[in-house]
Design a binder for this molecule. Structure first.
Ligand code: 13P
Length: 288
């Protein structure tokens, strides 16, 4: 199946009280692992691409070419959206041009008026071209690919203002952080999430910083309207741990263990296991 935008899968998720995972990709192994797992579990999925990862993979056109090729050659039949993660205004326009099916415009660091203006403009372009669009209010804490957020709780009224612009989904800061959570993390602010959902109604809400959020908090967030959950660091850690083990056990020194297809295999399997665990927790298994 060709790429789809994220609108239908997220509307269904919101109605069905589960969430679709956005898993960030970095290269061929990442992409293949996520697509195969989604297919095996009959789950919709969103492939996230940060601007840094897009650059690393040599540019958005390469990413689009690789993903479209895999959808065809791997016979992927579940709904897959290719989504720009934390896009700048310029990055969003480039991805629309390159053939992404969904974008996020992260205008959370602008004053709200400017965030509204820029989001409005991109909403119009996405509507015309059939893409879905995610906007953000209240910056997500921590650092992701050089994008640093303070980790504030969004103002529910501002969330409503942005939701009313016609975005497909809304990311709102509720105390979540990219990367590992510190020991003294206070947890998600369900009070904020509840207030946002009350004002934004049917709008699918997005929870960033999915790595390390305890299962009970994930479930509660879904019950309060979260329909898309982003996971990045956890796949990186799983890949790193499995690759380290392979080398520490000296497997790269045995036979043809140096072959990149062998060297990267344990990390690939570890990403698959992580994605499976998350899809089961988010409730998207069998929902394709
Ligand atoms: P983590 O790296 O904390 O999983 O966050 C991912 C994310 O929110 C991508 O936008």
């Amino acid at each position: 199946m060709p790429l789809v935008n994220a609108a239908e899968m997220l509307t269904k998720a919101k109605q069905g009280h589960y969430a679709v995972g956005q898993f960030n990709i970095n290269n061929l192994e990442w992409t293949k692992a996520i697509l195969l797992t989604a297919q095996e579990l009959n789950s919709p999925v969103i492939l996230g691409v940060s601007e840094g990862a897009g650059k690393y993979m040599t540019g958005y056109k390469t990413v689009v070419g690789m993903v479209n090729g895999m959808l065809e050659e791997l016979n992927i039949t579940v709904p897959v959206a290719l989504h720009l993660d934390h896009g700048s205004y310029e990055g969003a326009k480039k991805c629309i041009e390159a053939g992404f099916s969904s974008i996020m415009f992260d205008g959370s660091h602008y004053p709200i008026e400017e965030n509204i203006e820029k989001t409005k403009e991109l909403v119009a372009i996405c509507k015309e071209k059939g893409l879905s669009i995610e906007a953000e209010v209240g910056s997500i804490g921590g650092e992701e690919d050089g994008v640093i957020g303070k980790g504030e709780c969004a103002d529910p009224q501002e969330c409503k203002q942005i939701a009313d612009l016609g975005v497909t989904m809304l990311a709102a800061g509720i105390g979540n952080i990219h990367g590992k959570y510190p020991e003294n993390w206070e947890g998600l602010s369900f009070e904020t999430l509840d207030a946002i959902q009350q004002l934004t109604g049917d709008m699918p809400l997005v929870l960033h910083g999915g790595t390390g959020i305890p299962a009970d908090m994930i479930k509660k967030a879904i019950s309060l309207g979260v329909s898309k959950i982003n996971v990045n660091t956890e796949c990186q850690l799983a890949f790193q741990e499995a690759t380290r083990k392979y080398i520490e056990e000296g497997k790269d020194l045995q036979g043809k263990g140096f072959d990149p297809r062998k060297l990267l295999a344990p990390g690939f399997e570890a990403i698959k296991a992580t994605v499976k665990e998350k899809m089961e927790l988010f409730g998207s298994v069998g929902k394709a």
